[in-house]
Design a protein around this ligand. Structure first.
Ligand code: ADP
Ligand code: MG
Length: 387
């Protein structure tokens, strides 16, 4: 039997039979270990099924705890219910809030399938007037995901103020930080926003395992991963990133790619390698978001390290050599503080001898490779080699 020579190409290699099941956009039919949160959110939003505006909500908890997937899943059910019951007076909008109020409002309108709200070129008030005409006296449920990022950008969010002032409007805010009131600079917003709070705790390792298992059953062909390895994957994810389901799912995905390349099932080695890969990728990520001044400081730290004033001198040297203005002492403190906050540099004590106190030296985070950081910065910013 010769058979079709290409069959084997389709049946070996990737362990995936449904890659969408591991994608970040995938919304599972059923959410595991979020029964309590689902109950609270659904009961709060339930007036919408009868055409009434629900009480506002704040979903909060660390990254990867299922806030986004939970609200998206519940909104699907809510939309279906409204359709079934012919409730036409409720408009539901979901956005990942970022940038300015005006573009967020345009995005919100678009997600409610309303046309004609411009995202730029007019004042916010004009934009709001158009939105208001289109929505009339309908109930609006506005889900603002990652609202903390929006507020960092715009602590006096005019969008939030207008939404909270509109009758028949429910704001569902989602934040990775517990207290968003601390991020809001407008008293009028604070006094108008008193949501019901729903907390999303980190998952435990056994819960992560259940989530991975449900996803693996959809995503992989049978036998691609054993129950024991699912437990191992959950434990490794837990040790690296805590109860973050996103990391655990990424780990499973990368491990499956590594295993497929070697033509094996997902085993300890592929999971460990995937973890190494993901961890190193995460610590280098902040490098991509630096500006030139920050990059010059980081290069100075990576090249030499030393006291903050030595770093400043060297960084200014790089800036001058690439045709930029040097920066002041005040900028120095802010920039080095920012680099430390992003885990790129660390401060270490240096004693000056008995009774003479101590100073700080700034060094590169020891988990980062010096040569890789130097190469990345030189390549991106064109800083010259040292003589
Ligand atoms: P958050 O918004 O809290 O940062 P997400 O909702 O984006 O977290 O969840 C991160 C990833 O983990 C997503 O891919 C999501 O589908 C998955 N996930 C989180 N919680 C669950 C759960 N309870 N059941 C199934 N998948 C989950
Ligand atoms: Mg989210």
């Amino acid at each position: 039997m010769g058979g079709d020579p290409y069959v084997s190409l389709f049946c070996s290699g990737s362990l995936l039979i449904d890659p969408t099941a591991l994608s970040p956009q995938y919304i599972p039919e059923e959410l595991l270990h979020r029964e309590e949160q689902c109950k609270q959110i659904a009961s709060t939003l339930s007036p919408a099924v009868y055409g009434n505006a629900p009480y506002p909500l704040l979903l909060f908890g660390p990254a990867g705890t299922g806030k986004t997937v939970t609200i998206r899943r519940l909104l699907l059910t809510l939309e279906n219910l409204c359709k079934e019951r012919k409730v036409n007076s409720v408009l539901i909008g979901y956005i990942v809030a970022s940038g300015r109020s005006i573009s967020n409002l345009a995005a919100l309108a678009a997600s409610m399938r309303l046309r004609g709200v411009p995202r730029a070129g007019v004042s916010f008030e004009e934009c709001w007037r158009i939105f208001n005409d289109l929505t009339g006296n309908k109930v609006v449920i506005a889900v603002l995901d990652e609202i903390d990022k929006m507020l960092v950008h715009e602590p006096e969010s005019i969008l939030l103020y207008y939404l909270l002032s509109r009758p028949n409007t429910s704001v569902v805010a989602i934040s990775n930080q517990g207290e968003i009131t601390g991020l809001i600079k407008d008293e009028r917003i604070i006094s108008r926003f008193n949501p019901k709070r729903v907390f999303f705790p980190e998952y435990t390792a056994p819960q992560l395992k259940d989530i991975l298992k449900a996803r693996a059953e959809k995503a992989f062909r049978p036998g691609a991963i054993t129950d024991e390895m699912l437990g191992y994957c959950a434990a490794v994810a837990m040790a690296s990133k805590g109860g973050d389901a996103r990391y655990a799912l990424d780990l499973l995905m990368v491990a499956s790619e590594i295993a497929a390349k070697r033509g094996s099932c997902i085993d300890k080695t592929s999971i460990d390698e995937a973890n190494e890969f993901l961890r190193s990728e995460t610590i280098y990520r902040p490098l991509e978001e630096l500006n030139r001044v920050e990059a010059a400081f980081l290069l100075a730290v990576a090249e030499r390290g030393g006291s903050p004033s030595e770093i400043l001198a060297l960084a200014n040297d790089y800036l001058l050599k690439t045709g930029r203005e040097p920066v002041s002492n005040r900028t120095r403190a802010r920039v080095l503080g920012g680099l430390a906050a992003r885990g790129l540099v660390e401060y270490v004590h240096r004693g000056l001898g008995r009774g003479r106190g101590f100073v700080y030296d700034v060094v590169l985070n020891p988990r980062l490779s010096k040569s890789r950081v130097i190469a990345m910065l030189r390549q991106t910013w064109g800083f010259p080699e040292e003589e």
